[in-house]
Ligand binder design. Structure first.
Ligand code: ZN
Length: 140
């Protein structure tokens, strides 16, 4: 997408979040690759790639597999063998793609927020418990 600042980590973060969930079209993939190349060896880019990849892997492991619909396995194998071309589905509209990208970004961000909260809570220093001084009954 031209006109978007590829030096912005905000835009790269959006693209990385969608990419780890395989949600980029070709134009966005090219934009991501150009953005990463423009940054070169960048710690922030490395951090974003690592965190979003880990979050996506965590999402995949958190879901139970769904059973295939009747005949889906056979249709998939047939398509993989190239025996019968499978009708190409219509490309999703840009609104659908942006919605998917937004949902992917929100899902990954939510996972990162939960992970950050748990880690932050577990490493946060705890205040010492203070008890009020005891008042002796003989002092009254
Ligand atoms: Zn960077």
């Amino acid at each position: 997408m031209s006109g978007v600042d590829v030096r912005s980590h905000d835009r790269l973060e959006e693209l990385i979040a969608a990419d780890v969930l395989d949600g980029l079209d070709e134009a966005d993939r090219v934009e991501l690759e150009r953005g990463l190349a423009a940054h070169g060896a960048c710690e922030e880019c490395d951090r974003l790639l690592s965190q979003y990849s880990e979050a996506a892997a965590g999402l995949a492991m958190a879901l139970d597999p769904l059973p295939l619909t009747r005949g889906a396995g056979e249709r998939l194998l047939t398509a993989a063998r190239g025996e019968h071309p499978v009708a190409t589905p219509r490309a999703p509209s840009i609104v659908v793609r942006r919605t998917r990208r937004w949902l992917a970004t929100a899902a990954v961000a939510a996972c990162l927020a939960v992970i950050s909260g748990v880690v932050g809570w577990s490493v946060a220093p705890r205040p010492r418990r203070r008890f009020p001084p005891r008042v002796r009954t003989t002092e009254l």
